[in-house]
Design a binder for this molecule. Structure first.
Ligand code: SF4
Length: 338
């Protein structure tokens, strides 16, 4: 049993079953989420006997052990955490002047096998629990001594293949009694799991949706991202249209520019054709090289031309600022090696 796997209501139900006054639930939530307590000793307004009882009941309140923490010159930090079963996951902290973002993992490994991604190389091990996802954010908040203002499900794993745990996590973090994190400060990034996108369109929590696109035709996308064979571009874009119509929210399309692979003039034209008229934003990412591939980053001139081409076709586009690549904490580079 780990209290961070429970919503506020579930925690109250548990306390009721144990004949513990339910008002203790509010105190416990406050300690876990507002004060970031990681030990029972810290919870000084809970009676000692009660804390002892939770220890006897083997109730956990932290599911991660910090293995390493490395910091880049720009302030980006990469964290390697160990889980109870000794598997390892990575999370990244990105401080900026107006926000502190945590990029968190949702699975141990990933089964999607994207060709340009280090995480996908060893396949999927398993989904992460609610408590483990939450603990990445709370541990980093505690360790950095900062309030986390934004979170992105863009670390290891495909978030929409761990949908139930992910959404429960986000509801707890969104709960004012939890972290009180606004839905607009939460982003889910997917490689294009259509059933997940459709479920998200109906969800009670309106978070931001980002699609890792990286190619604008099926042949190239099949090659770069094997999931495209199951959920091809035209169907994925249809699902995005449905999401936009249902939520009236724009979708972000992530496009990592790889030299000579997806940054050619015809790629730009295909992308313009695909996205014209959509309520969307394109995030161009200078590709972060990973070992044992021939993929290289597009040159700065090509990146600028790609961005200009999209913008002049009235597709709002930004080039992502590079963060953390010196410590292999950038997108697609996480692989739990520490
Ligand atoms: S890019 Fe994302 S979906 Fe693809 S293999 Fe890597 S972690 Fe998985």
């Amino acid at each position: 049993m780990n209290f961070k796997n429970l919503s506020f209501t579930e925690l109250q139900e548990y306390l009721k079953e144990q004949n513990i006054p339910v008002y203790r639930g509010r105190q416990i939530f406050n300690w876990l989420y507002q004060k970031k307590a990681f030990s029972w000793d810290e919870m000084t307004d809970l009676p000692k006997e009660l804390r002892r009882r939770f220890i006897d009941l083997n109730v956990g309140i932290n599911s991660l052990r910090l293995v390493s923490r490395i910091r880049d010159n720009d302030g980006t930090e990469k964290y390697l955490f160990e889980l109870e079963d000794q598997s390892k996951i990575e999370s990244v902290y990105l401080p900026e002047s107006d926000r502190n973002t945590v990029c968190f993992s949702t699975q141990v490994g990933c089964g999607m096998g994207c060709l340009f991604c280090a995480t996908g190389r060893n396949g999927i091990v398993r989904n992460l629990t609610v408590g483990v996802i939450i603990d990445q954010i709370l541990n980093i908040s505690k360790l950095t001594g900062t309030q986390i203002t934004n979170i992105v499900a863009m670390g290891q794993g495909e978030p929409l293949l761990n949908y139930e745990s992910l959404m429960k996590t986000l509801r707890i973090l969104n709960d004012p009694k939890g972290l009180g994190l606004g839905a607009r400060r939460i982003t889910i990034s997917t490689c294009g799991i259509i059933p997940g996108v459709l479920k998200l369109a109906e969800a009670d929590l309106q978070v931001n949706l980002a699609i890792s696109l990286h190619a604008a035709d099926n042949q190239l996308r099949d090659h770069l991202m094997p999931i495209n064979k199951k959920y091809p571009l035209e169907k994925l874009l249809e699902a995005c249209d449905h999401y936009i119509a249902k939520t009236n929210r724009r979708v972000t399309f992530e496009y990592a520019l790889i030299d000579g692979i997806n940054d050619r003039k015809e790629d730009l034209q295909r992308l313009i054709k695909l996205l014209t008229g959509k309520l969307c934003h394109v995030n161009l990412i200078p590709f972060n090289p990973i070992p044992d591939t021939n993929f290289r980053r597009s040159n700065p001139k090509t990146i600028a031309e790609f961005a200009a081409g999209l913008n002049s076709a009235h597709i709002e586009t930004t080039v992502r600022k590079e963060r953390g690549s010196a410590l292999t904490a950038a997108c697609g580079q996480l692989q739990s090696k520490g």
